[in-house]
Ligand binder design. Structure first.
Ligand code: GLY
Length: 387
């Protein structure tokens, strides 16, 4: 086993309960400020601005946290806010606007899907399936991929897939299960295979994005949007890969996805600095570049999902368990905002995008969400929203 991960203190149920309690207090304090609008994607000066329109890819993460807290506590006071937010998600697909994105998965798996699971809500089901249809319309048959961003005719984005999309595939897998229509499943599965083929490099690092020729199906080239360079490995992309390929394994039982997730995770773990919280790009392993705590929270969820599927005798299992403990305890100890009473977020020191100079050394709403999800998974063993 790598020396770096040889020893880890036991992570107890008390740890998860205590951390969830901290998260709950912070989120409860935010609730009155976002009754029917959304916290922005990232804090500005550690405060979340209010987003009045439901146009970003990030608006569902607040709902996701409220659903998890509702499940954890049984407290019905979360429901009125959740219902008002759901209306905004119904609106987004019923009067289509701001749907030219693959991020419909993040948006609807964390808003409507829990309402289907927990409340058997018929309108949520219908809007969830509408969202799946909009995502399905982004599929290019010849290339076998879902285009990530923008209008399908936009030359800048045409045929461009991105690694983040792996987290949008559960929407299609779930739609296939809800309707019995295998086309959703086939598209998700084919996209995941193409992502595995072209976004993953020979050294197990990843491209953030990759262009395909959609008329011939021929692969073109990889390029970054949020990483340091086209040839570097953007940290959040790598962890979307770890979690996303594991979820595709969960839905398809194709073992090659599990192997890919392990290889991506090994690359990532080898580049962690001494406090086990990654820099924003994995080309940095020491120094004073910004960290991205949100990636660490995401990979913890990925490891928790991965450990459910790896055989008990898997040679890397112990390393992954120890790494998980070391990362979660480091986040709790050094990255939460518990000593910053005026901060809105849960995790400080996240990054949205360095190349765009957006949300640098701030909280991100997805970093907060995945921290809560990881704690929830530690306590209850699973999170059904992606399954
Ligand atoms: N999916 C967009 C991001 O991770 O920034």
């Amino acid at each position: 086993m790598d020396r770096k991960f040889a020893a880890a203190p036991a992570m107890t149920r008390q740890f998860a309960l205590r951390e969830l309690d901290f998260c709950r207090r912070k989120i409860d304090a935010l609730l009155p400020r976002f009754p029917d609008c959304f916290p922005g994607a990232n804090t500005e000066g550690l405060r979340y601005p209010a987003e009045r329109e439901n146009i970003e890819w990030t608006t569902s993460f607040f709902s996701g946290m409220l659903w998890l807290l509702y499940q954890h506590t049984g407290d019905e006071t979360y429901l009125p806010t959740l219902e008002r937010h759901l209306e905004r998600f119904y609106d987004r697909v019923e009067r289509p606007g701001n749907i030219d994105t693959h991020d419909l998965g993040f948006l609807y798996s964390l808003s409507c899907y829990p309402a289907i699971l927990l409340k058997k809500d018929e309108r949520a089901r219908s809007c969830f399936l509408k969202a799946a249809d909009y995502l399905k319309a982004r599929y290019f048959d010849k290339a076998g991929i879902l285009q990530a961003w923008g209008d399908l005719t936009d030359p800048e984005n045409r045929g461009r897939m991105i690694i983040d999309c792996l987290l949008n595939l559960p929407l299609l897998y779930q739609a296939a299960r809800l309707t019995g229509d295998e086309r959703y499943y086939d598209m998700a599965y084919t996209h995941a295979r193409q992502a595995q083929r072209y976004l993953v490099r020979a050294d197990n690092s990843t491209y953030h994005t990759f262009y395909m020729d959609v008329t011939t199906g021929v692969p073109r080239f990889g390029a970054t949007a949020q990483g340091y360079s086209d040839s570097s490995c953007w940290a959040r992309g790598q962890v979307w890969g770890v979690y996303g390929f594991t979820l595709s394994y969960r839905h398809t039982r194709d073992r090659s996805f599990l192997d890919t997730a392990c290889r991506l995770l090994d690359y990532y773990l080898a580049r962690l600095p001494a406090d086990y919280v990654n820099y924003w790009d994995l080309c940095f392993t020491e120094g004073d570049q910004p960290r991205d705590s949100s990636s660490t929270a995401i990979v913890c969820c990925g490891i928790l999902e991965l450990l459910k599927h790896l055989p008990l005798t898997h040679p890397r299992r112990r390393t992954y368990e120890n790494a998980l403990t070391l990362m979660m305890t480091s986040l709790a100890k050094r990255y939460t905002t518990r000593d910053l009473p005026d901060a809105d977020g849960l995790l400080a020191h996240g990054v949205y995008s360095i190349p765009h100079q957006r949300g640098v050394d701030e909280s991100t709403i997805w970093g907060d969400y995945y921290y809560v999800e990881a704690l929830y998974r530690l306590l209850y063993g699973d999170c059904d929203y992606w399954s």
